[in-house]
Ligand binder design. Structure first.
Ligand code: TYM
Length: 374
């Protein structure tokens, strides 16, 4: 049986996203919601048009508040388990768009505490993970968030502010709820059981720091939703508004379904990869929806829906709908071969990474415009 599992720390199997909406109890991103968003933004981001962001919680409430003049703050984050990969930036590219379109403030949490507590590498110290946090910070800044409207914090360096609020969350969270939500066992370390309290806090910080009820929107991939189910339950107990959320699908690993993940480097395109590494990984590892022989491919056509290179173009690297449709049609009809599709994908990724790596270098000069601590 194809076992499916979606938690913040493990994603397995071929995910049926429609089923996940039912299982998690979220709502579908439908055309009514898209029309409503478009009313304020003037256009829809391609990740919305293509339902890459497919699920949400309370977006209508958030927009009702926005209509009343109660502006929302965006909250998202990153857990520094290693170098960042192209999956991590799906929610971040969308977050940047949201920040621009709604002129919203952004709170960005980097959870070095989480990755220390959950690391399977016995010798990895909190100092090692903190170093990764500072390195990831450059990739995050490079994505182009507005410096005056963005606060980035690393948990162990903003602990005075975060801890005071996290214990209030923790007081309302029982072990049995944490166990049922995340699958912890008696062998899980107690830091892991506590951690979700830290991830809840930034959803409440805007209200605490502004001293008035401030709606919050969390863009993330759907694996993070279990944390925010807990956050939303506890919000009312603490007298804060429940954060709204909008969830994306995953960029799959190159060789299989599930999610692209740092723990499988051969199946992953990292933001630091060289053009040659990208070329080799896509050519050798990316699962193809093509046929076994050229003759067969020309006759029967390929299957873009299961082809990982096509999915990379659809989810992140080809924003132009017309160009994407042409690639889809040509591949499906057999006019375009697998090697040609892979070549397009390689060029797109490398063009993106070349610019990203330049911006990453420049980001070193603007760390202090973004990073806060206490
Ligand atoms: P992390 O570092 O695992 O992931 C960062 C963000 O990327 C999303 N993501 C993906 N999206 C598409 N395709 C993939 N293959 C893929 N892999 C990961 C994640 O859902 C996440 O949005 N605990 C969090 C850090 C965090 C956070 C938050 C994330 C703290 N506060 C608020 C989102 C919102 C973590 O370890 O994320």
């Amino acid at each position: 049986m194809n076992e499916i599992k979606v938690t913040p720390w493990e994603v397995k199997g071929n995910i049926n996203y429609e089923k996940l909406i039912k299982e998690f109890g979220t709502e579908e991103v439908n055309d009514t919601l898209l029309k409503r968003i478009e009313k304020y933004t003037g256009e829809l981001h391609f990740m919305l048009r293509r339902k890459v962001f497919f699920s949400h919680r309370d977006m209508h409430w958030l927009l009702d508040e926005y209509e009343k003049g109660n502006k929302f703050v965006i909250y998202t984050g990153r857990g520094p388990s290693g170098d960042m990969h192209i999956g991590h930036i799906v929610p971040l590219i969308f977050t940047k768009w949201l920040q621009e379109k709604f002129n919203a403030e952004l709170y960005f949490q980097i959870t070095d505490d989480e990755k220390f507590l959950f690391s399977k590498k016995e010798n990895q110290t909190i100092e090692d993970v903190n170093k990764l946090a500072h390195d990831n910070l450059l990739d995050i800044i490079a994505l182009g968030f507005k410096p005056k409207k963005t606060k980035i914090f690393i948990d162990t360096e903003y602990a005075k502010t975060l801890y005071k609020e996290a214990i209030k969350v923790a007081k309302h969270l029982t072990f049995s709820t944490a166990k049922a939500t995340f699958g912890f066992t008696n062998e899980s370390n107690v830091g892991q059981i506590f951690f979700t309290s830290m991830q809840s806090v930034p959803a409440f910080l805007p209200t605490i720091q502004k001293g008035k009820m401030t709606p919050v929107l969390i863009p993330c991939a759907v694996d993070q939703d279990p944390h925010f189910r807990i956050t939303r339950d506890i919000a009312s107990k603490l007298g804060y508004p429940k954060p709204a959320a909008i969830h994306s699908i995953f960029i799959p690993g190159l060789q299989h379904g599930g999610k692209m993940s740092t723990s499988e480097p051969n199946s992953t395109i990292f933001l630091k990869d060289t053009p040659k590494q990208v070329k080799d990984k896509i050519n050798k590892q990316a699962f193809s929806g093509g046929r076994d022989t050229i003759e067969e491919h020309r006759r029967l056509g390929g299957n873009p829906d299961i082809d990982v290179s096509f999915q990379l173009l659809r989810i992140i690297f080809e924003p132009d709908d017309q160009k994407l449709q042409k690639i889809y049609d040509d591949y499906k009809s057999g006019k375009m071969l697998s090697g040609e599709l892979k070549q397009i994908c390689i060029e797109k990724i490398n063009a993106f990474l070349e610019k990203h790596q330049e911006k990453r270098e420049k980001a070193k000069d603007s760390i202090h415009d973004f990073l806060i601590s206490d």
